[in-house]
Design a protein around this ligand. Sequence first.
Ligand code: LMR
Length: 391
Amino acid sequence: MLDRLTAQPADPLLALIRLHAADERPGKIDLGVGVYRDESGATPVFRAVKEAEERLLRRQDSKSYLGPEGSREFVTALRPWVFDAAGETAHCVSGMQTPGGTGAVRLALALVKKAGGRRVLLGTPSWPNHRQIIDDLGLDAVEFVHVHDGGADADGLMALLEDCTARDAVILHGCCHNPTGIDYDAAQWSAIADALARTGVLPIVDVAYQGLGRGMHEDLAGLRAVLDRVDAALVAYSCDKNFGLYRDRVGALFVAAKDQDVVERACSNANALARANWSMPPDHGAAAAAIVLEDAGLVRMWQDELDSMRDRIARMRTALASGESRVPGIGLEAVGQGNGLFAMLLLDATQVERLRTEHAVYMAGSGRINVAGLTDAKVDAFLSALEQVCR
Ligand code: LMR
């Protein structure tokens, strides 16, 4: 039977990790996969997480199963950062731990499918895994354009929503849009929220970068606007970036609905789906995150680390934007307006390839760069490389 399978290409983004590691050229620049890097180019474990892991090692007396919903302690401790921060009062909320944000998105879309949903609206470009999961579940992706003339474009989505019903869902990037870094403004969020309320389309808000855009509270302004208007929403949350827990796979799926019974039924289905998919999420990272979230001192340490990450990203954005005069017309100026790790440069596949082969600059084939992959010392080399391939 297995000989019927055709080989699949490696995920191009993840393939960059290996290619970059194997490159022995000094001064190579990694703007590929979305991990935060500090000024030395490293992705260190957060100090608050290290401390929490030490406490966990001393305190944990069992590794027995917890169940498909994972660590309740973690979800309870995370919830106020998502929902109280979102000013949410009118909804009943329940959540469960998932293996990373991907697990949460997968579960959210599997719930849509199980509930008889058909179409999932998706702005393009988007994080490639969104489309892969929609396709893998056999749902219909309906795409709209996310960015127009360098700004977020809500018009395409609004037009589509008018033809949708309560059997449809939409994936919205809560903040720090991946891959463009361009988020909706307050007026756009508000118009989208009104349209969602009018049509009953279910919002799946993917919150993968809280704290890396404008701030923990500011980054959930869009979610607040949506929750203000809709009866029900799903929130897929990732701790990969804002706790630096990437490989430990820490995430959560929250169900918010006005009707407690709806929340309970959705969660019981999410539990069953999790059991059939991965049975139970890995515990270690979530247990460490819970220790951070429950300790005021560790929360301060965590927030200080996030603040300095955010400041560094903003500095790199400003430095890139000031390169507009050196390399005009590829979107450098707009990088200064974006949020979070990512920005899109208007480069074609050949230019991206030349950056890699001739200048040891690694980025996604789409022209997406991870701004945090740059350092003060490397900005000039990157701009020079761009000058050469864009000549
Ligand atoms: C990214 O977009 O680079 C990250 O979210 C990593 C991933 O899983 O794709």
